[in-house]
Design a protein. Structure first.
Length: 118
């Protein structure tokens, strides 16, 4: 039985794993306003990192809203990715977007991640 939650084990927190993810040799894809970078891992589950630039969104309220939207979209559609991997979503836009658009872009990027892993 799979759960739709986003547990503590599914959050990418290790500095070593984050540095390995952003080493520059890992595949990435873009569906504006999001960019995804991924790397296969040896864990049993995929782990997620969401990053929003403080440079473009000065207020924490806006950054938290964007991160909440991306995490929710990932939580609902994480079953698209079948192999365990570390995934980082980067917000590229200077504007806020409605949730349906964010969901659509996250699904598009997760499909690219799953196609690349198989």
């Amino acid at each position: 039985m799979t759960t739709n939650g986003l547990s503590r084990e599914e959050r990418l927190k290790s500095l070593k794993a984050i540095e390995a993810l952003f080493s520059g040799t890992n595949p990435s894809a873009t569906a504006f306003p999001l960019k995804v970078i991924w790397r296969k891992n040896s864990e049993r589950t995929s782990r997620l990192l969401v990053s929003v630039s403080k440079r473009h969104h000065k207020r924490a309220v806006a950054r938290n809203r964007i991160k909440r939207q991306v995490r929710e979209a990932y939580r609902l559609h994480k079953n698209i990715v079948t192999t365990p991997c570390d995934i980082a979503f980067l917000w590229l836009s200077k504007e806020l977007c409605p949730s349906p658009l964010v969901h659509h872009k996250v699904v598009t990027l997760l499909q690219k991640v799953s196609c690349a892993d198989s």
